[in-house]
Design a protein around this ligand. Structure first.
Ligand SMILES: [Fe+2]
Length: 503
């Protein structure tokens, strides 16, 4: 199925082939939609990193390093996240709405430098010039002031950044990846894997195995497209199939033989959309329905099965692996949509609210009996990562930013390693002064074993109102960071990123 067939199968006219169906069906191309904005950000020192920038790029040649950067930690730590939330006196309601800003923390013999640039999407460039928002956002209803020709008209390129075939790709799950120069962070424009795949959704959570094989997917309404890429970055195959339910799917996971997706029971209320609400505010939680688990064979995307588990909400998986036709996987679970549609708008206004806990959950999927069992832990955390050498293979460890002091609004202020075999944890608490982002594993030079790695991430120092990169020995988190590289400024809080070591 090519791009035209994909969008035709969604019932979208060929002339607007890449326009998200929710936009088409709601008449957002017409005037008269709701345009109510939240109050602008209230000064809250804990949430400064969600205030956003005005569109400016920043750089620092030499961060102040506390401790010592390991001699073998040399490379570029690229991150991406929403960086701009306000224009013309209007502020987005949702963290997910902001324009993508790609960061490069570069670890060299000279120290640690930082550089960040906004992705020059067509949306960003047009709105920067106009001085106002021109298109609707995922969580904010805005009357369009330019034609919505495709989902890429609203592409913010704000969710993840990977390096593929020598260039960076800034990713956003609703549309095309944006190519960027890895040295200058200059935007090169949207990329497509073949002419017929231009504009197809490409999620921000591709999974890269140790040999470089990459898997990804994209969803739009009731269709999911799956991709396999070679270690050289060439498209090997793709396939489009009907989803078990129409829903938001942010992440997936791969085992040795399968791609696994969980479809939460979320319905899009078209009446609410028609009334001018944002997509986020038109989603309804169907807690009496099941979540669907879609399991697709890597070797043949046309072979799949669907199983059911109780209603649950999730954004992120850690890893999956299988043995004797039994898949084991982990993810971070929420009860419902409240964090997404209730607490997030308040947080984006700068309010101190306590979000619902998101906690680790583990599935065992017996493919012989088509049975699934689930176990859970009570830690409050998010953004799980594993050692890149075990993606899709048996893993012993998971690493998370964690809310050490749950009384403090479930703020992620520590890091944690979970040993899946013993159940033991190791961790470090930054105290109330920090908000942490995702932390990633960087294998130590010459190491072979899972977990023999540096754990590298970014945090925001609430007291100093500055951002820092943190480096831990992943085998001894409780010893505290071996190094902190402090910037003289704060940067917007990012979603995801990846570290690429100098060979
Ligand atoms: Fe994500």
């Amino acid at each position: 199925m090519n791009r035209r067939h994909f969008f035709q199968s969604l019932g979208v006219a060929a002339s607007s082939f890449a326009l998200p169906a929710w936009a088409t069906q709601t008449g957002l191309t017409q005037a008269g939609t709701s345009n109510k904005f939240a109050p602008l950000f209230q000064a809250n020192p804990k949430l400064t990193c969600l205030r956003g920038y005005r569109g400016q790029d920043v750089s620092c040649d030499k961060a102040w390093v506390e401790g010592k950067i390991p001699a073998d930690l040399r490379g570029d730590f690229f991150r991406n996240g929403p960086g701009l939330f306000e224009r013309g006196g209007q502020r987005y309601h949702h963290w997910f709405d902001g324009d993508g800003m790609v960061h490069a923390w570069r670890f060299s013999d000279q120290g640690v430098s930082h550089q960040a640039r906004f992705v020059q999407t067509k949306k960003f460039a047009a709105e920067q010039q106009a001085g106002e928002f021109l298109v609707p956002a995922f969580g904010t209803a805005i009357e369009p002031k330019i034609p919505l020709r495709s989902s890429d008209t609203m592409n913010t390129a704000n969710t993840n950044v990977i390096k593929m075939d020598g260039r960076l790709l800034a990713l956003w799950e609703g549309g095309s990846a944006h190519g960027m120069d890895a040295t200058s962070l200059q935007t090169q424009g949207m990329v497509s894997w073949s002419p017929e795949l231009a504009g197809m959704p490409f999620s921000a959570h591709p999974k890269v195995e140790a040999d470089g094989t990459m898997w990804n997917f994209g969803t739009m309404l009731d269709k999911v497209v799956m991709y396999q890429f070679s270690p050289q970055g060439k498209l090997v195959k793709h396939h489009v199939m009907k989803c078990p339910r129409s829903a938001m799917v942010h992440d997936f996971v791969v085992s040795q033989k399968h791609l696994i997706f969980i479809f939460s029971p979320i319905a899009l209320n078209m009446d609410l959309l028609h009334s001018g609400r944002s997509m986020v505010n038109s989603m309804e939680w169907k807690g009496n329905e099941s979540s669907k688990v879609l399991i697709v064979e890597k070797a043949d995307f046309t072979k799949s099965r669907i199983l059911e588990i109780p209603a649950l909400m999730l954004f992120h998986f850690g890893n999956a692996w299988e043995e004797n036709n039994v898949i084991r996987l982990d993810f971070v679970k929420s009860e419902d949509l409240r964090n997404f549609n209730t607490w997030m708008p308040k947080i984006m206004r700068g309010e101190d609210v306590t979000s619902e806990p998101s906690t680790p959950a583990f599935l065992t999927i017996d493919l012989n009996r088509n049975k699934i069992s689930m176990t859970e832990r009570s830690d409050t955390l998010e953004f799980p990562r594993v050692d890149p050498r075990v993606v899709g293979q048996r893993n012993q460890f998971l690493y998370y930013p964690v809310a050490v002091n749950k009384a403090d609004n479930n703020t992620l202020n520590g890091v944690m390693r979970l040993d899946l075999e013993s159940g033991k944890t190791d961790g470090f608490d930054f105290g109330d002064r920090c908000r942490l982002e995702e932390h990633v594993l960087v294998p130590k030079a010459g190491s072979r074993k899972e977990g023999e790695a540096w754990l590298v991430g970014v945090g925001f120092d609430i007291e100093k109102q500055t951002s820092f990169a943190s480096v831990f020995d992943a085998q001894n988190l409780s010893a505290g960071p071996v190094a902190l590289a402090h910037l003289p400024y704060w940067v917007p809080h990012c979603f995801h990123g990846n570290f690429y070591s100098h060979a």
